[in-house]
Design a protein around this ligand. Sequence first.
Ligand code: SDX
Length: 394
Amino acid sequence: KSGMFTYDPGFLSTASTKSAITFIDGDKGILLYRGYPIEQLATQCDFMEVCYLLLNGELPSDEQKKQFVHAIKSHTMLHEQLVRFYSGFRRDAHPMAVMVGVVGALSAFYHEAMDISDAVHREQSAFRLIAKLPTIAAMAYKYNIGQPFIYPRNDLSYAANFLHMMFATPAEHYEPNPVFVKALDRILILHADHEQNASTSTVRLAGSSGANPFACISAGIACLWGPAHGGANEACLNMLEEIGDTSRITEYIKRAKDKNDPFRLMGFGHRVYKNFDPRAKLMRETCHEVLDEMGLHNNRLFKLALELEKIALEDDYFITKKLYPNVDFYSGIIQRALGIPTSMFTAIFAMARTVGWVAQWNEMIADPDQKIGRPRQLYTGVTQRDVPSKETDK
Ligand code: SDX
């Protein structure tokens, strides 16, 4: 037994991490943040409330939310020296490459964050990371397109501020579309945490050595970038563009099933979910809402994705291997509809997941039994042998 859940002994012997933050039942398609179902959080709360919940274990009162939002907003700007850091990158640098660099470089600005034993410093680092990731991500986009950086506006909500920093310019007045703001806020909630996935495990392993939180989150961003993980949303949209038309779906399903073909159906399958990823269902509903609101219900990519999902879920290969759409399958279509470029999809995933990484890092640091991570190996090399002696004068 672990808390309120009982696990079979076999599972307990393989589980390496204890956590009270997020619970997943992959067979039943259940996802809980601190006990609350993702379906309720995504439709009844906003991202700031979910951030407070993940960090503190309870949803905030009105007063607690007001103070939390104020604390986050007081850290949204970037040190001007870091703003100059961007000029060292090529203009065509991938936003994730920039984010790995700039987030890691925060360690060079907040020396007190090195002292992870101090609770106040840990809290400041948490606020700085949650507050600055949108600014850092939006600046990476502006740098790519050669437009001036847009500074944060603390009169806007978290999601609205991000859209403003992405799309406002000094030359034009820009007000974020409320439908887009709500859709982005929901995308952030759906990506906020997900138990011990690869990038969260990376953050925990880096943190177990006592490394500062900025360096650990930078490591998490690096891991998330991979196409098998957070990079799948960008890869999925590129895949849908490549398929192009419903008439070509069976050709790609055939390729996905061919063991000799490295092609995999992006946005399908999961290490844990062997049923529908509950986030994928919510993402599909959000897609419908945004596209209907924009009068784009005949959106080509969305219709293609729906048909692809239908055909795949009727195919024996996907049924027997329990491959269902995951969080990345529809998220790219919504982001494309919001005008967000494909190159920024994973950056937004990283921005959302930062609160989950920080909550998991805090939990690990607070664990008195925590030791440095040291995964064991099965040695498969040669047995011990001696270096051949060098022949002296021949
Ligand atoms: C995320 O862990 C998390 O929680 C991650 C995440 C989070 O929120 O942090 O949920 C976010 O990373 C979601 C996953 C995004 N990735 C993709 O969509 C990329 C495409 N999917 C895969 O590459 C794959 O499904 C993985 C990497 C996600 C999981 O790979 P596994 O561990 O090999 O999956 P599996 O063991 O369930 O696979 C069973 C079989 C295997 O074939 P066999 O060895 O039995 O012959 O199904 C095959 C796999 O090769 N398979 C696929 C497939 N996914 C698995 N075949 C075709 N297309 C696919 N997408």
